[in-house]
Design a protein around this ligand. Structure first.
Ligand SMILES: *Cc1c(COP(=O)(O)O)cnc(C)c1O
Ligand code: SF4
Length: 459
């Protein structure tokens, strides 16, 4: 018998305290009735996706009408000014609104993601550009980003069921705002034809991410059309439909039968062709998961649809080991696989939500081992200038004082170095002063690049 087969009869692993199981305690019942405006809304109405769409909050007037008497007055003034400064349109579903703790709205993790406040605005990082990831530079045809060898990103439309403050694609997604004029990528069959032709012409492409905008806003017939056209191409082996929908309006999976059937049809068609079709979604906090989510995802699981999750790491939302662990375990209980956690990109007007790369490294260390390895996401940073996603740990150089991290991305461009920049606000005054000076800024970057070149290299 080998050593490892020995056991310790006296050993008792201490029982987990009840709090260790709190990820299983989903909100039950008609929780939305705590919002005065929806006190009389019954379950059938609240589960109706059309009702959710019609009652979504898109202006301060509607927001005030919904939460009148709940939130403090100074908060309401702050929101009103916040809406005008925001680079993103605002759109919040009644579902999300009812999950916010309106007695403490400043700290609420859902409020922070969707409702801008003037008092929280911080100056953008000096290196920020509207399309920091250069998605548009890697577009051979409008709305298709072909950066990696075998996979491409298909932006089918530019609207979403909600608008997230932290959206990386604020260059295109949503309506023009007081501060940004957008590039438009409509749901347009002629534009899609160009994309299909390009994908068919590139035999190396095997994997298409269908995103936007958000595919929740595509009608069922377009879900089918795009799925069938892509699956019909011999080179295409994998498709992912990307939608924030299950996190922000799970009702649609329950009551928009056509849409759900269309998705299940494409998944089953894929299976019959031995191709992989999955749904990628986007939960950021455990509070976004309720009994409605469990029922909605449950229908997908029964139909054999795999669901994976991508989160964005955000300050005050999920930037602690405890909140991230709760999210991952709760995703596990409803059958969703955590895939990625993204370090927050450089995005206009949301510097208050960003974290350093170090925070991602620390949280990864804290959560690994808490649950199955396949339910433990990879923490990635999408590097500036189109280097693509890198494991946050794989930098060639990272200076926590200047907040500069330097990565290589051999499958995108083996010779180039790609940067990520920590938020300015957390740096020492003296370093912030250097960032404010264009010459000093270039010098800091050049020094970091030289050190990365000296340290790095592929083996
Ligand atoms: C994220 C992304 C993909 C998919 O990458 P995975 O790491 O396979 O999830 C493809 N193309 C672009 C441009 C992307 O940003
Ligand atoms: S749903 Fe996705 S694409 Fe739409 S605003 Fe949010 S992050 Fe951006």
């Amino acid at each position: 018998m080998s050593d490892s087969a020995k056991h310790h009869p006296g050993f008792v692993k201490p029982a987990a305290p009840p709090s260790a199981l709190s990820h299983r305690d989903l909100r039950e019942g008609p929780f939305w009735q705590e919002i005065p405006a929806w006190h009389d809304v019954d379950e059938a109405t609240f589960l109706d996706f059309r009702w959710q769409g019609r009652h979504s909050i898109t202006s301060t007037e509607k927001l005030v009408a919904a939460i009148e008497g709940l939130a403090p007055r100074d908060f309401i003034d702050d929101v009103t000014r916040g809406f005008h400064l925001a680079p993103m349109s605002v759109r919040v579903t009644p579902y999300l609104l009812s999950l916010i703790d309106w007695r403490a709205p400043y700290d609420d993790p859902i409020r922070r993601q969707f409702i801008p406040l003037a008092s929280q605005v911080q100056p953008d990082h000096p290196e920020l550009t509207l399309d920091s990831l250069h998605e548009q530079e890697d577009m051979p045809v409008p709305g298709l980003t072909h950066r990696y060898p075998d996979k491409a990103l298909f932006l089918a439309l530019d609207t979403c069921p909600v608008y997230c403050r932290f959206c990386t694609r604020s260059y295109a997604v949503g309506l023009n705002t007081d501060t940004v004029d957008k590039v438009h990528l409509n749901a347009d069959a002629a534009r899609w034809e160009q994309i299909f032709a390009y994908i068919a012409s590139r035999p190396e492409l095997e994997d298409i991410v269908l995103s936007g905008g958000d595919v929740y806003n595509l009608p069922a017939r377009h879900i089918r059309l795009i799925g069938e056209r892509l699956l019909g191409m011999p080179n295409i082996k994998r498709i992912r439909y990307a939608t924030k929908g299950p996190a922000v309006m799970p009702q649609k999976l329950l009551t928009d039968r056509d849409w759900r059937d269309a998705l299940v049809h494409v998944v089953q068609l894929g299976r019959s062709l031995r191709k992989d079709v999955v749904l990628h979604t986007h939960f950021n906090h455990a509070n976004e998961i309720t009994w409605i989510t469990r029922d909605a995802i449950g229908l997908l699981l029964e139909a054999g649809v795999h669901v994976r999750n991508q989160s964005v790491l955000q300050r005050g939302v999920n930037d602690s080991v405890a909140s991230m662990q709760m999210l991952l375990k709760r995703l596990g209980t409803i059958g969703v696989h955590p895939y990625y956690v993204y370090v927050h990109d450089l995005v206009k007007g949301v510097e208050d939500l960003r974290t350093t790369a170090q925070v991602a490294i620390d949280i990864e260390k804290g959560v690994r081992g808490a649950t199955a390895g396949f339910n433990t996401p990879t923490f990635v940073v999408d590097t500036l200038g189109g280097g693509g996603k890198r494991d946050v740990h794989s930098y060639d150089f990272y200076d926590r004082e200047t907040g500069i991290a330097v990565y290589r991305s051999p499958n995108v461009d083996p010779d180039q170095l790609f940067f990520f920049f920590d938020p300015i606000a957390g740096l020492f005054d003296e370093v912030r002063a250097r960032w404010a000076n264009p010459l000093a800024r270039e010098q800091m970057k050049a020094e970091a690049a030289a050190k990365a070149r000296a340290a790095g290299g592929l083996r």
